[in-house]
Design a protein around this ligand. Structure first.
Ligand SMILES: [Zn+2]
Length: 194
């Protein structure tokens, strides 16, 4: 079983690579999904103020288009996940709103990221059956964040130039503005080299 230590973080180059589509859903693919869930839960168990809401396979260094999302991300005691294989956004709807996002692969940095408030998703479930989801609010944000991962994009890439969009989590679990010039702009761990 994988643990939090299997989760890769910036500047690991895989996080900026596009993942491949899953073909057959083999036993190996199912094992990867189990590993993703175990790593997310172990990460959560080792973080005081955060919930492991979702993970993309690239975050355990597997470049396949697989996303897992907590069934009930408002309730830490529900440790079950929904699985989305080859997920894609078929439609962006609603308006664009900025709100806080964190990432298991970008430790201790949060950002205020603009996202669509509603999206429609097409994916396969673990049995290879096509599923369609209409998501709004926080779930729509999660899908956009995770599907970005399958395309080699991390949330900070959307706010790279925004001086007031970066935050850190304090020991008491509050978000505190980060000094953009000192901690973000010149932090070469964060940014992809062109
Ligand atoms: Zn992430």
């Amino acid at each position: 079983m994988k643990t939090k230590d299997s989760i890769i973080t910036l500047p690991q180059p895989a996080l900026r690579q596009r993942s491949r589509k899953v073909g057959l859903i083999t036993a190996e693919v199912k094992n990867i999904i189990k590993d993703m869930q175990a790593a997310t839960l172990d990460w959560e168990d080792n973080r005081k103020h955060e919930v492991g809401v979702a993970l993309a396979a690239v975050q355990i260094d597997v470049l396949l288009r697989i996303v897992v999302i907590r069934n009930n991300f408002d309730d830490k005691n529900d440790r079950t996940f929904l699985v989305f294989i080859n997920p894609e956004i078929t439609k962006y709807e609603g308006k664009i709103e900025s709100s806080y996002e964190g990432c298991l692969s970008i430790l201790d940095i949060y950002g205020k990221v603009p996202r669509h408030t509603k999206v429609r998703i097409k994916a396969l479930d673990i049995d290879g059956k096509e599923i369609r989801v209409r998501a709004e609010g926080f779930l729509a944000r999660i899908f956009q964040h995770e599907i970005d991962h399958t395309n080699g994009i991390v949330f900070i890439d959307h706010i790279q130039d925004k001086q007031d969009a970066f935050f850190r989590l304090t020991d008491t679990g509050d978000l505190e503005s980060l000094d953009y010039k000192a901690k973000i702009e010149s932090n070469d761990q964060l940014w992809a080299t062109p």
